[in-house]
Design a protein around this ligand. Structure first.
Ligand code: CUA
Length: 335
């Protein structure tokens, strides 16, 4: 029977072992492959608490087995009369023991909580305002005068102070490999301070149910070296392309005269604030935070956004084939 029990536990243990392996690329939403100081602290905390839990678990299981097999009577045997009297020493032990374990868990937990939301931003920190919308993310860099959507660029090795808020209802900002989660609450600003350490692209998502397309409220964090980050900033500050001829030129005219301008900003063309800023739309690798930013995916999005992001506020554009191609050519030129 012991062998059978072990046999049934072994696959579960093997699964657990595999789950702990480094597989950031394969399992982008796991927290064990840490890429920032914040996620590292949280992982360390997880291991510390697991160690204490394991100790408690072991003591309980040993006590259980002793009670079952050592300090128990056999069938047919009369139970000896109990001579138990209250024992101050024992009672003190099982009060102080668990209290110590709770203390060992709460001290590092509270320390990590305070560490991750320091009252003052660390010197030299880059401030980024994160604003959750149904169902997309806005990122503003006040000192750089940059506003973008669904792709959060962060410089590696530099402290970042994220000021997390919401434009409508409660969302939750979460990049598993960089740390989080933190609620985005309308009329309130939450903070996350972290230093992203490893350059790369990391998936993030909304972690608080916020309506129809909650599961589609995804985004990417792009951690890059200082030179690449500076180059990205420069590209964001450049005046967007304003083509005059060809399909892109026709698309530019079409955009300027369309209802798109009421919701979207393209620097020098429109100043809508309802949807993502499109000034440098083609500089993003993803579309709507969900798909690769390719002409065919963009055409599919413009035709019927609801199909890709059900419930999205953006209506389908009733464009003819040529008009659609022109609009795609224009938007995909906005590097
Ligand atoms: Cu936003 Cu869920």
């Amino acid at each position: 029977m012991r062998a059978r029990a072990l046999g049934s536990i072994a696959p579960a243990l093997a699964l657990l072992a595999v789950a702990g392996c480094d597989g950031g690329a394969v399992r982008p939403m796991q927290t064990m492959t840490t890429k920032s100081d914040l996620s590292e602290w949280i992982r360390t905390l997880f291991f510390q608490i697991t160690a204490w839990d394991a100790l408690v678990f072991t003591i309980v299981v040993v006590a259980l087995f002793l009670a079952l097999f050592v300090f128990s009577t056999r069938v047919g045997e009369a139970a000896p009369p109990s001579g138990a009297v209250s024992s101050l020493g024992l009672e003190a032990a099982w009060t102080i023991g668990p209290a110590l374990v709770l203390l060992m868990i709460s001290i590092p937990t509270i320390r990590t909580i305070f560490r991750t939301q320091a009252v003052k931003a660390p010197p030299g920190a880059l401030i980024v305002k994160v604003i959750g919308h149904q169902w997309w993310w806005e990122f503003q860099y006040p000192a750089l005068h940059v506003t973008t959507a669904n792709e959060l660029h962060l410089p590696a090795g530099r402290p970042v102070r994220l000021l997390v808020g919401s434009a409508d209802l409660i969302h939750s900002f979460w990049i598993p490999q960089l740390g989080g989660k933190r609620d985005c609450i309308p009329g309130h600003v939450n903070q996350i301070t972290l230093i992203a350490r490893v350059p790369g692209r990391y998936w993030g998502e909304c972690a608080e149910f916020c309506g129809t397309s909650h599961a589609n409220m995804r985004f990417q964090a792009i951690v890059e070296g200082p030179a690449q980050f500076a180059a990205w900033t420069k590209a964001q500050l450049a005046t967007p392309e304003s083509p005059s001829g060809g399909p892109a030129g026709a698309g530019a005219l079409e955009f300027a005269n369309s209802p798109c301008t009421a919701c979207h900003t393209i620097e020098g063309v429109s100043a809508g604030k309802v949807g993502p800023n499109l000034s440098h739309f083609a500089g993003r690798a993803t579309l709507a935070g969900l798909r690769p930013n390719t002409p065919s995916n963009l055409a599919a999005w413009l035709r019927n956004p609801q199909r890709i992001k059900p419930g999205a506020q953006m209506p389908g554009l009733a464009l003819s084939g040529d008009q659609l191609n022109d609009m795609v050519a224009y938007l995909e030129g906005l590097k």
